[in-house]
Design a protein around this ligand. Sequence first.
Ligand SMILES: Nc1ncnc2c1ncn2[C@@H]1O[C@H](COP(=O)(O)OP(=O)(O)OP(=O)(O)O)[C@@H](O)[C@H]1O
Length: 289
Amino acid sequence: MVTINNLRVAYGDKVALSITDSLTFDEGDRIGIIGSNGAGKTTLVKSILGVTPYKGSITTSLRQDEMAVHLQENNYVDSMPIRYIIEGVLNKSIKKEKKLQDLIQFFDMGGCLNKKFSALSGGQKQRMTIILVLLQDAKLTFFDEVTSGLDFETRQQLIHKLQEWYQDKGATICMVSHYYEELDHFVNKILILDEGKVIDFGTKEELFRKYCQHAIIILDNTPGNQEITKGYDTIAAPEHLIALVCQNEKAEIAIMQNLIEHDINFKRSNRDIEIMSINALQGGGKHAY
Ligand SMILES: Nc1ncnc2c1ncn2[C@@H]1O[C@H](COP(=O)(O)OP(=O)(O)OP(=O)(O)O)[C@@H](O)[C@H]1O
């Protein structure tokens, strides 16, 4: 659906993106794009959309109007009831457009239509923009930090709604996010960027196996837990955690039995995107896909 080759984007002297290998997004992919601030995530989205000049090639079977985007920041007229913003942006009447009515109902925005944009909560503001984006029914949709600035519960609700909306649809989605738990539920592939370069790209399962093996056991990084886990293989984890790596089921059962005997709380995971990506980033060039 989209193939990228030798992509390079620079802002003045600063190279924001340099993708040397070929990168392909297939139809139906749900791709999570992760990377720290300034990694080039938004630049990649804008390049594919054709709104940022680049060198190299991006080939796609899609027309421009078959792609939609939800960008990080959206500015609307603050003092206007959102009913008129929605109708003005779409050039459609809510009364006459069944699909638009369905979306408004689905995202529970019917009661807000007469409110000014400035009077909406953060979650309602995001939902309004999402309605505008989803109405396009695009073959490829980008969500760039769609939940940024929202509290945990509102983020969860929004992602849950998006998931529900897309569950029977074959649409291709690219979601840029710093929130790993959101991506865990929403995407099947992960693209890891760092300083403008691709660190890895693959299915969640492939990448987890590559960097974390069969499973990991995660526990608090306390002196007591450090002592008990001394003989085990660990991989990189956020500072407050210890991640024990298990090569196979037998090994994980042995570790878990030992932890249970010592009355230690732990979490077992075979899909932790955060720990996988920390290890992918540490592997750097060694693991480059
Ligand atoms: N219009 C611009 N002019 C100059 N530099 C830019 C511009 N847009 C982005 N950059 C720079 O390019 C690099 C990549 O930016 P980009 O916005 O793509 O990163 P990102 O991964 O989306 O970051 P974030 O998570 O903070 O949104 C950064 O160093 C950024 O400062």
